[in-house]
Design a protein around this ligand. Structure first.
Ligand SMILES: Cc1cc2nc3c(=O)[nH]c(=O)nc-3n(C[C@H](O)[C@H](O)[C@H](O)COP(=O)(O)OP(=O)(O)OC[C@H]3O[C@@H](n4cnc5c(N)ncnc54)[C@H](O)[C@@H]3O)c2cc1C
Ligand code: SF4
Ligand code: SF4
Length: 366
């Protein structure tokens, strides 16, 4: 983390969210009342990852719940889950100051967050079959093989496309994560697994809401020793929305068996399913499966990551990559120099499209 800011110049209104004592007398019941019962939980997994008494609850059906559940008898009201949850409060300017350095300020009206460079990236590794340009897997491979991280928490899936976190420690492990799984699940739990396995330089790939959770744990003044200093690299994915796990059942019932599916994708207003043939499902048809916490979400490009990656903005077969921190820039430049990826500038038209989508997401969430 660079540039931890001092108190000078901070608005008092924001400071009150990052001060330590405020949440110490809050427990899971408060989290339940203020986030889960209001149906704004993104199921990011941050509270689940760092408290043994909280587990994920998945109930079936399109109205089923994807939410954290308290599984112990006694709530110590230690304040941890309440403090860490990005849906309780997200002091963005403060987190940005502490993450990106005081001198880099978000411009008025900006919707892409703080960034240094934006590129179109494609993997040069023939055996990486990515969702788009294979940028994420290739960047992680470089960071792992150079020793910048000793593992990467990625998302693999079973034969039914159910997402599963994996602590990847080799190039072969990393390849298992390639490809997008459009199902909501509390992926931050993988960070806990990595810590428990003794990893001390952890890379993590996840959605904007998961970047928010981990950055909040990294930057908020808090007394809990959860090993967050071991998280060294955050790669965030663009995200307009995600879906309840039950979308998979709907597809299996109405379109194609999931074990025959080789890829899911979203293009424009269509949800695409690639199997022996290609199925195009209008997003309108599956809107009831959109995860409950998504409509209030305002971050399209994973603004708090070290590196953000998406498909929009680049031509087919390439990924769009924003570098946001010095470390992020170092990884992308190093991966290009060592022949993991090829890099070119992003076209103005592409950047304009990303900005339009980010603006519409922000307006939707307001
Ligand atoms: C739910 C979701 C919604 C998305 N929406 C958009 C969008 O609106 N616009 C856009 O431009 N891009 C979107 N993306 C990103 C896009 O689909 C690609 O992930 C991105 O372009 C990277 O492609 P790649 O070939 O570089 O990555 P790859 O090399 O294929 O690596 C993909 C990485 O994504 C991780 N991953 C896959 N599924 C999940 C998941 N559910 N949760 C956490 N991590 C996961 C894997 O661990 C892997 O490391 C979305 C991704 C997800 C998961
Ligand atoms: S948004 Fe994340 S941290 Fe907050 S309650 Fe939901 S899973 Fe837990
Ligand atoms: S829209 Fe994406 S980033 Fe936002 S809460 Fe939903 S899954 Fe998370």
């Amino acid at each position: 983390m660079v540039g931890v800011a001092g108190a000078a110049g901070l608005e008092m209104e924001e400071r009150k969210y990052v001060r330590l004592p405020i949440f110490l007398e809050r427990g899971f019941l408060d989290l339940k009342r203020d986030v889960i019962a209001k149906r704004i939980c993104s199921f990011c997994g941050t509270c689940i990852a760092f408290c043994d008494k909280i587990k994920p609850k998945n109930t079936a059906g399109k109205d089923g719940e994807n939410e954290p559940e308290f599984v112990a008898e006694y709530d110590t009201i230690c304040g941890l889950c309440y403090t860490f949850c990005p849906r309780i409060s997200l002091p963005l300017s403060e987190i940005e100051r502490r993450t990106f350095g005081e001198e880099r300020k978000r411009e008025e009206g900006d919707v892409l967050g703080v960034y240094r460079s934006c590129y179109a990236v494609r993997s040069k590794k023939g055996d990486i079959k990515g969702q788009d340009g294979g940028a994420v897997t290739s960047l992680l491979a470089y960071a792992l093989e150079e020793g910048m991280i000793d593992c990467a928490v990625i998302t693999t899936s079973d034969s039914q496309w159910k997402p599963i976190p994996k602590v990847a420690k080799s190039y072969e492990d990393l390849k298992e994560g390639a490809g997008t799984k459009y199902s909501i699940y509390p992926g931050v739990v993988g960070v806990k697994e990595a810590i428990e396995e003794g990893c001390s330089a952890i890379g993590f790939v996840g959605l904007p809401c998961q970047m928010q959770g981990l950055r909040k744990v990294q930057t908020v003044e808090q007394p809990y020793d959860v090993g967050i200093e071991k998280v060294k690299l955050l790669i965030g994915l663009f995200c307009m929305e995600n879906f309840k796990m039950d979308l998979l059942d709907y597809i299996a019932k109405n379109y194609v068996k999931l074990e025959r599916v080789s890829k899911f994708d979203i293009k424009g207003k269509e949800f695409l399913v690639y199997a022996d043939e290609k199925y195009s499902i209008p997003l309108d048809e599956i809107k009831e499966y959109i995860a409950e916490g998504c409509p209030v979400c305002m971050d399209y490009t994973a603004e708090l990551a070290d590196i953000s990656v998406g498909s929009v903005g680049s031509e087919e077969g390439w990924s769009t990559v924003f570098t946001r921190t010095e470390k992020g820039e170092e990884v992308v430049k190093g991966a290009a120099e060592k022949g993991y990826i090829e890099v070119k500038g992003i076209e103005k038209k592409g950047l304009g499209l990303i900005r339009r989508l980010a603006t519409s997401k922000r307006k939707r969430g307001e």
